[in-house]
Design a protein around this ligand. Sequence first.
Ligand SMILES: Cc1ncc(COP(=O)(O)O)c(C=O)c1O
Length: 478
Amino acid sequence: MPSGDVVRLPVSSSDVLQGRYDGKTALKDEMAHGNPVLMRTLEALGMVGPFTMTSPWEMTDPRGHSTINAGGYAAIPFGDQYPPLWDFVRSYAQNDRSLGLPQQSASTWRAALETNLIALVSRFLPQHKDSKVFFSNSGTEAIEAAIKFVKAARPKARHLINFKGAYHGKTFGSLALTPNPEYQDMFRPLMPNVTTLPFGDADALEATVRKIGARNIAAVFLEPVQGEAGVIVPPPGFLRAVNAVCKRHDILIVADEIQTGLGRAGEWFASAAGGLEPDIVTLAKPLGGGMAAIGATIAPPKIIARTLGGFGKRHSNTFGGNSFSMAVGLKSLEILVAENLPDRAKRLGALGLERLQRVQARYPGTLEAVRGQGLLMALQFKPVLPKNLTPGLAELVGELSGGLGCRALYVGGITANFSLSAKRVIRLTPALTMPDAVFDTLLNRLEATFERNPTGGHLLRHMPLDRLVRLGQIAFSG
Ligand SMILES: Cc1ncc(COP(=O)(O)O)c(C=O)c1O
């Protein structure tokens, strides 16, 4: 650009705020400059948005179709623009005078959230009363920090253990702990020495410890309930048994509570409730109240010391601990406590699961299985085409079955989540604050959706042919 020319940006913030930059233009620009494959897929499924909130729990698309929001990948604990959080943010913007990025100073917001998180964690896990919090900006970063902490704390132990179906993130370290060939294969070699065991089998863990040698294993990473695997609740006693093996052999335990923690699974910490005494706890999603990006890795001084020794420079990031995120995290914890949301999730979740089980029993032609703990619920769809296909085609049919299931729910008035590591499983993760009446409507809509779609054939027939063709083109283009 010749010097002296004025830079003109195509879109202004006031255009967006005042609605002059409309949804149609936004979608066109997303296709041009964002992630076109994702946008085309969602468009083919008829659920691309962008959406407008009509209440914290409900939204409409540009055609005026309204849905109850049971999506958000477990990161929306209160719904969107929940007044107690939203009012706080307004007042923060008006009144706060602290540094936005207090990287080289103490910070009131960060200190307050650290203090409250440790008080909360140590109420359920007293061994964490002197623990420290390391803040980052996402779940995967919280796991990256945990990987470094355990490796530095046990420098001679080179091995890590994880479980089949686990999802710990997709950055390079966490990817090695997310044993899904679709995510891993293109990026090999991954971080080495990760041993993956069946989830739910503590004997396999004991046998592996004997084989590899306890002194060679730094840590076991696990989710107390596997979320992205399709809400896999381990058999009773599994978490306790893992705990016993690890404590007996001095192997560190990292409880990944990024999806389950802070109420989603009906407990403050599903790991502690299940009898696990983790050395490290990772948190993210709900801590940001559905609007700020926060990851937190909580560990005692003796584990953190080696990584964060040396003036604390061996692990750091620019934005972790920023004042806005910390303020939102502080208020979010406060709302979770004030409204006793873990208990609410437990109560609504139990009602929800009972209804889902009844729907599954009535419509086994579409719904293969349902699962749930708290407000983390799964609908496993039957394959919409016969199973005896080549493995590649079976994968595509799995993807299609989940996609059509999610679309059918959307058409029926529910926005739901795909499951990143289970193609035929659609998850419902409604806000923990969802009023009883809205939750009841959600379940009624769900039942009506399966009434309209008693078999996989109905799911296929209800999908317009042109959309199906577009989906097929996308599937075969990658
Ligand atoms: C258990 C668990 N760990 C880690 C992650 C990664 O979090 P993020 O997507 O914020 O990187 C997720 C995300 O779904 C998760 O469910």
